[in-house]
Ligand binder design. Structure first.
Ligand code: ADP
Ligand code: MG
Length: 325
């Protein structure tokens, strides 16, 4: 823990983040927080750490970082169909810099408010910049969306568009040659990397409809493979169906866009499977999602198609776009 005046500073910034909620009986300021559990619901819990230089680039904008730190954890709640309730924040800071704290707290508070999730406590230490957020959410008893529920013959869907964040990272690292006049597209792709939108509403709406779900943090192929592994099914994927944003199409070739959509990380969209008898119920859900394939009875086997013809993928997985490796 830093010195007393420094601590009061931190407290000041993070008490501001803490939105009042009736189920928070004791928030920041004591040895523990106390919250009111709900007997009719189960609690989904997840924790994620972001380390400077590993998960985000050095000198990242603090407000975006505040947003992203919470967004990646909220995305895990979305993938379970859970409703966010409380979170804790463990911060390791190399120094106490007020402008950094103000920006970080603003990004965090804005997203927290949007999803009505209360900051109820945390820890502050000195060291290389690292942010750990633990989130809690309510999910109706036995209704959580899990990775192990897919059955052969389910349709496979993804939300939003894929590959944008991977391209955003390449842009930041000057690894893409972009023609003049594409600034708008560049800004869009970098925003997709810096400020992902956790798909909380979609996740909640999919309860009772999807057989399985996961959020796409490491790339579609990597994350879908977790569903295939846990559910012991395979997948037929139609490459022409992959949802690609017009911004991404404007910036890279079709082949690159496809590679980014399949293997790029950090999109934080949902991938989920829906059985045939739930397709009508799915159609009633508002939101942006696209069917990209079907599950099969060949455990873990992924077969790609292009316009219905089996396709060989060139350079399959040869490049990993995450800065994590
Ligand atoms: P302790 O020594 O009992 O661990 P601390 O001095 O670490 O207590 O923290 C005092 C209070 O401030 C606790 O309620 C803790 O949850 C809260 N707190 C500390 N750091 C943070 C932070 N980064 N974000 C939110 N709350 C924090
Ligand atoms: Mg402590």
């Amino acid at each position: 823990m830093p010195g007393l005046s420094e601590f009061s500073l931190i407290k000041q910034y993070f008490e501001k983040v803490s939105t009042p909620q009736s189920d928070v009986l004791l928030g920041i300021g004591d040895d523990c927080a106390i919250v009111q559990a709900d007997i009719n619901q189960q609690i989904a819990i997840s924790v994620d750490t972001l380390v400077e230089g590993i998960h985000f680039l050095p000198n990242a904008d603090p407000e975006s970082l505040g947003h992203k730190s919470l967004a990646v954890s909220l995305s895990d709640l979305a993938a379970m169909g859970a409703t966010p309730t409380w979170f804790t924040l463990a911060l390791t800071l190399p120094e106490i810099k007020e402008s950094w704290l103000a920006g970080f707290a603003k990004g965090l508070a804005t997203l927290a408010k949007q999803h009505q999730i209360a900051l109820i406590g945390g820890d502050t230490t000195r060291g290389p910049l690292s942010i750990t957020i633990q989130v809690n959410g309510f999910v109706k008893t036995e209704q959580a969306l899990r990775r192990n529920g897919a059955c052969p013959g389910d349709d496979i869907y993804v939300s939003g568009t894929l590959g944008d964040a991977g391209a955003g990272l390449k842009l930041k690292q000057n690894q893409l040659n972009v023609q003049q006049g594409k600034q708008q597209q560049e800004v869009f792709l970098q925003q997709r990397l810096d400020k992902p939108t956790p798909k909380i509403e979609l996740g909640r709406a999919l309860r009772g409809i999807a057989n399985s779900a996961i959020d796409i943090s490491d790339g579609l192929v990597a994350d879908l493979s977790h569903i295939l592994e846990k559910s012991q099914v395979g997948a037929d994927i139609e490459l022409e169906a992959l949802p690609i944003s017009s911004a991404l199409m404007d910036i890279v070739s079709k082949e690159q866009a496809e590679q980014l959509a399949l293997y790029g990380g950090d999109d934080y969209e949902l991938c989920f499977t829906v059985p045939p008898e739930k397709q009508d119920a799915l159609k009633k859900i508002k939101g942006n999602y696209t069917k990209i394939g079907t599950t099969t009875n060949e455990p873990r086997k992924v077969v790609f198609y292009r316009d219905g013809q089996q396709a060989e993928l060139i350079g399959k997985g040869y490049e990993h776009f995450s800065i994590e490796d």
